[in-house]
Each structure stands twice: as C-alpha cells, then as structure tokens.
Design a protein around this ligand. Structure first.
Ligand code: SF4
Length: 214
C-alpha cells in the first residue's frame, strides 16, 4: 500500500480505537488482511461455537476456510451450499446462542459508533443481543467522519452494491442507485446504530488497513 495511505490508516485507526474504548467496546488494528486473519483466529479458542454472519470482509481474508480447518471449533453457517431457506433461517436463530459471532460492519464513525443495515435483521439483532462475544472485521474504507456520512455510505453505496452481489430484484440493481424501493427483496429494512455497551469489551472491532468489503 502507498505509504501515505498506510500512515493515514494507522493514525485514524488509533483515533477510532480510543473512541470505541470510551464506549466500552474494544478495538485493535492490523495493517494487512493477513495479519488481521491471524489475530482474529487467535481470538477464537478451541471448543468455541462461532456464528457466521453475511460478510464479504471476513470471507475475503480467508477466515471461514481457516476456521473450518479447526475441528475443535464449531461454525454455525447459514451460508452452507444446499441449505433450504428454512434450514438457513433455523441456523440464524441457532446462531444467537453461539459463543462468538464474527461479521463486519457497514460503516463505523470516527467517534466509534457502529452502523449496520439488514434486510432480515438477524445480523443487527445478534450484534445487539446475541452471542457472548462479537468480533467485527472492518476495513478502513468503512470509516466515516460522522453519523450522517456513515448512513449515507451505507444507503447509497454499500446497500446497492450488496443488492447487485445478491442479484435481487430491487431498483438499485438496475442503475446502482437507491430509489428507496418497496421491493419484497429490499435488503435495507432494519438499521442498528450501536453507541456503546454495558458489557465491557463484548464487541471487538478489528480494523484493517486495507480496503475490505463494501
Ligand atoms: S432501498 Fe431498495 S433501492 Fe434502495 S438500496 Fe435498498 S434495496 Fe436498493
């Protein structure tokens, strides 16, 4: 990576981490995806049950392949090929009782707020009150200066790109722009804004100094 971008990532990550800590959440920074992968793996002890949430970032760093190579770790994976919709939904419910949830975040503000938008709500709900521990892998490309810009990022970029990825029939898959559609396949139904936590360090944000996810 360009050394100026790397320097910006490191400085801004430090600011975000300090602000997460003021909100009783934890944060750490990895310069590369490779480092982030090893650091996240080290946070998953043998015997743990891990809930997989939809996330390009965690897949891109190779996390699910590496976890599947650890027989002592049980992954609750609603994205396994061949599952029926009912089976996938049942696994999403089961995930609430996991030891650890690993996902990403649609945007994070400089002052440490976590912004997410779901179609079904399973990820937002689990983030708020699901597994005992939450690990979020977040590229520095998702850091926004404030809440308004974070919401704008999610609605006008992350959601349409994800809709295109999923191939759903929504307005944004045609021209890339959010038209605030009323499609039954709309992926933007439920927001969560996490401002802090009563349970110290339940949420750990692993910031990554590379572009990750949408
Ligand atoms: S509201 Fe509809 S058009 Fe807008 S981003 Fe979401 S799915 Fe796409």
């Amino acid at each position: 990576m360009d050394k100026n971008q790397a320097s910006w990532n490191q400085k801004v990550a430090q600011e975000v981490i300090e602000n997460l800590e003021k909100r009783r959440m934890a944060g750490s920074y990895a310069e590369t995806c490779a480092k982030a992968l090893e650091e996240v793996l080290s946070m998953v002890p043998d015997g743990a049950t891990v809930y997989r949430c939809g996330s390009i970032s965690t897949t891109a760093i190779g996390l699910w392949k590496r976890l599947s190579d650890r027989p002592q770790v049980k992954v609750i994976d609603p994205y396994l090929p061949g599952l029926t919709r009912e089976q996938s939904l049942a696994l999403r419910h089961q995930g609430f009782g996991a030891d650890i949830m690993i996902a990403s975040c649609n945007a994070i503000t400089l002052d440490g707020r976590l912004i997410n938008l779901d179609g079904l709500g399973n990820r937002c709900a689990a983030l708020m009150f699901g597994p005992q521990k939450v690990i979020l892998v977040v590229g520095m490309n998702k850091v926004c200066p404030d809440l308004d810009s974070a919401i704008s990022r999610v609605k006008h970029y992350a959601a349409p790109v994800n809709a295109i990825r999923l191939g759903v029939e929504t307005a944004c898959t045609h021209d890339g722009l959010c038209r605030d559609c009323r499609s039954p396949h709309r992926i933007c139904n439920m927001w969560s804004i996490i401002e802090g936590h009563q349970v110290q360090d339940r949420i750990h944000v692993k910031l990554v100094g590379e572009n990750l996810g949408y």
